[in-house]
Design a protein around this ligand. Sequence first.
Ligand SMILES: [Zn+2]
Length: 354
Amino acid sequence: MTQPPVPEAPDDARWQAVAQRDPAADGTFWYGVRRTKIYCRPSCPSRRPLRPNVTFFESPEAAQAAGYRACQRCAADRVGAVATALARAQHLLDTEPAAPSLKALAAAVGFSPFHLQRVFKAHFGVSPKQYALRARTERLKTHLGAGQSVTAALYAAGHDSPATLYAPATDQLGMAPRAYARGGQGVQVRYAVVTGPLGPMLVAATARGLCAVRFGEPSALQAELRAEYPHATLTEDPATLAPYTEGLQAFLAGRPLPAYPTDLPGTAFQQRVWAALRQIPPGETRTYAQLAALIGQPGAVRAVARACAANPVALVVPCHRIVPKAGTGSGGYRWGAARKAQLLALEGALAPPF
Ligand SMILES: [Zn+2]
């Protein structure tokens, strides 16, 4: 029964690209429709012709020499149109402090939003929106690496308000998993222990952002950090960490928490839970079931609870805002129920943000 595979004819591959409107094929060939004598890019949004009506060309010139006219919808004769549009879009995303919307971006490069989204993703592997997040994160890292304070770096990187930082920072600034798997080898972790209304608090950060905020006895806190990052360079450095420790202490005195970048080692699932926790506004609470629903996995309540318990950064990832069902108290907390009750009382007293 077995037969030798029939080699795929080049035109079959080209027809596949046309049938799928594959933007990655743009510029590699053009197709003409015999009946209308019009030629197009593979990604042209116009209705697909029937296969027998289609012929292929190596260049717009070849199509024109055969008597075909360029399609107006896909600007088939402008060889560099896609490359030019992509370069302009990339430049705008790299340089605009506030990432333009897809609609604005498309208008700026002269494409429809739909078409731009397709060719951009085909070329860069990510959508313009994802690209903008990465670009902003790269700028943030550059500014932090240059020794700027965290807050100054955030604003320089185009985070116009704390709210815009929350999810992106957690998504994009994760510690390189391999570095963490090696016990933090090659990673510089700076830390400081400060005092406050909840007792001693250890605050630690890598160059990328906060990696630990914990309560307890100072010696135990330091031992815990060392156990977690056995091969990292650990340095007690209160001066460098002042932007973090001062903001966290101010928060415990009733001020809003600054939008801090984080560098959290964790699984993709844990990262999603922690990102969702950061979406719960101060003064509000959720149940584990609500949080599970929020990440789109209503059946994963136990796993969500475990991820909350593994939260490495108290306050910044506000796992204290998760409470049992109404009327059963404020529930457990990695750093003690008394601290949790204190925090919830503190946030209940916060004035609503304007
Ligand atoms: Zn066309």
